[in-house]
Unconditional design. Structure first.
Length: 192
């Protein structure tokens, strides 16, 4: 099993990163191959709305640090996207990546029964952390991105969520979150 992990936090010791690393360590112990990218360390631009990926190429025309990430996901079985919530949304680092995934859609994606250029059957593990302890707040984030990644052929996607996490290190102290990460990794690796 090939897993690509995207760390969307600008903090290298942030809570979403800690949960993602725990997930990946568990999966790796079970035999998965892990490729991890810290988006904040990469130099890339968001989608330029040039439509080249719909008219001249079958991939994004931009050549930057995100090119390797987008290519790695083509070969992945599982994509892990870990992000803190900033102003009610994924981090800007993660949003820039998500916008570039537009290149995965075929030109006639709005009417094509197979709208994605990716091999179907990939899985998404979405890790979301937030300082807000109220679970009702920002509960709309995962369903919104799950909808778009379903277009790409991702199925049976999972959410690992930590609420009320403000300070680095708090996620590691919340055993229920770390156990959720372990169980999710175990379940995904066993399915292959």
């Amino acid at each position: 099993m090939n897993i690509v992990c995207l760390l969307g936090s600008p903090r290298s010791r942030g809570n979403s990163t800690a949960i993602a690393r725990h997930f990946c360590e568990t999966a790796e112990k079970k035999g998965a191959s892990i490729q991890s990218f810290s988006l904040n360390k990469l130099n890339y631009r968001g989608c330029q709305a040039c439509m080249t990926c719909k008219t001249k190429l079958d991939r994004c025309v931009l050549k930057d640090d995100l090119t390797e990430v987008l290519d790695a996901i083509r070969d992945a079985d599982v994509l892990v996207m870990a992000t803190p919530v900033y102003y009610g949304e994924v981090s800007s680092q993660m949003k820039g990546f998500i916008d570039r995934t537009f290149s995965y859609l075929v030109p006639d994606y709005t009417t094509n029964p197979v709208p994605s250029r990716l091999k179907p059957g990939k899985r998404l593990v979405f890790i979301q952390t937030q300082g807000q302890p109220d679970e009702k707040q920002f509960a709309d984030i995962f369903p919104r991105y799950d909808y778009f990644f379903n277009w790409y052929g991702f199925m049976d996607n999972c959410l690992i969520r930590g609420c009320g996490l403000m300070t680095d290190g708090e996620a590691q102290a919340r055993s229920e979150i770390m156990v959720d990460a372990e169980k999710t990794a175990d379940m995904l690796v066993q399915k292959t």
